[in-house]
Design a protein around this ligand. Structure first.
Ligand SMILES: NC(=O)c1ccc[n+]([C@@H]2O[C@H](COP(=O)([O-])OP(=O)(O)OC[C@H]3O[C@@H](n4cnc5c(N)ncnc54)[C@H](OP(=O)(O)O)[C@@H]3O)[C@@H](O)[C@H]2O)c1
Length: 291
């Protein structure tokens, strides 16, 4: 049995690790692997982690909160709609998970600081933060965009992420290997018309992510950029833009909307030790590379 380059390419890295494990003893003893054995296994990767999520009363945040809780994490989350927050918390507890909702508006510095402090007071520390909360507004060209709407987009989507990181980082540094994942969008990577506030706020998220990663080398700070994901926000987009789902997905090679769980999978992976050498990046989850 030999490990030619062709063989490695054909079996892939995990295939190689498996092959090494079952290789004849003499070979395993003489041939040292160039990297540690690959142990990617997300089952249990989040067990006992304390995870803070902004905007988990619906959509991607809710699904990600459920996913982390199903893996044994303790989830502390916010959103402004208290009835939905209580429902999400109860739903997770009914599944046997651990979650706590606290109302907080990410635009408000005092509320964000109190939210982060309350998480640490409740669960003792902070390991992972997912700054996800975000809003959209109906499309308009720049000259027709309302100043209040532009300000709200920047305050929620960009300032909210800044405030999150500002108050999370001191606690994450205490763990020695804290993780932040910020919610961007393909709208922050590519210049789409008629969403100047949304696009600018998400571009700011990507840039802030890279800057913070430069500042804190012991943390891992990354951004995710979804394409068109099936959430209440997408329902609003279809209504406000007066477009069908087919029209929305037409430019995407995969020709379908993504599911919130497909974003959650990326977030959980980035949060896990499997992504231990990844920081300062931004990762598209958009069905084929529009970003
Ligand atoms: N769906 C997509 O196609 C798509 C694509 C790219 C990026 N994204 C981004 O993904 C994130 C989640 O969006 P979604 O699609 O899941 O939409 P969603 O269902 O509308 O969820 C948005 C979440 O953000 C929370 N939120 C909004 N403003 C807030 C504020 N001021 N303070 C605290 N929480 C706030 C909402 O909670 P409350 O209303 O209860 O406050 C809700 O939980 C957003 O940042 C969005 O820009 C979505």
């Amino acid at each position: 049995m030999s490990f030619s380059r062709r063989h490695i390419l054909s079996v892939g890295a995990t295939g190689l690790a498996a092959a090494m494990a079952t290789a004849p003893k003499s070979l395993a003893q003489t041939q040292q692997p160039v990297a540690p054995a690959i142990t990617v296994n997300l089952q249990g990767a989040s067990a006992d982690k304390v995870v803070l999520i902004t905007g988990a009363t619906s959509g991607i945040g809710k699904t990600t909160a459920e996913a982390f809780a199903s893996q044994g994490a303790k989830v502390f989350f916010c959103g402004r709609r208290e009835n939905l927050g209580a429902q999400v918390e109860q739903g997770i507890r009914a599944m046997g998970g651990e979650a706590t909702y606290r109302r907080a508006d990410v635009r408000n510095a005092r509320e964000m600081q109190a939210f982060v402090e309350a998480c640490v007071a409740k669960y003792g520390r902070l390991d992972i933060a997912f700054n996800n909360a975000g809003i959209d507004y109906p499309p308009a060209p720049t000259a027709d965009t309302k100043v209040e709407e532009f300000d709200d987009l920047m305050n929620t989507n960009a300032r909210g992420v800044f405030l999150g990181m500002k108050y999370e980082i001191p606690h994450l540094l205490k763990t020695g290997k804290g993780v932040i994942i910020n919610m961007a969008s393909i709208g922050g990577q590519r210049a789409f018309p008629n969403i100047i506030g949304y696009g600018a706020s998400k571009a700011a998220v990507i840039h802030m992510t890279k800057m913070a990663a430069q500042e804190y080398g012991t943390l891992r700070i990354n951004a995710v950029s979804p394409g068109t994901i099936n959430t209440p926000m997408l329902d609003r987009v279809k209504r406000d833009w007066q477009v069908t789902e087919e029209q929305l997905v037409a430019p995407y090679p995969m020709q379908r909307v993504g599911q919130a769980s497909e974003v959650a999978n990326l977030v959980l992976w980035l949060a896990s030790d499997a992504a231990s050498y990844i920081s300062g990046g931004q990762f598209s989850v958009d069905g084929g590379g529009l970003g």
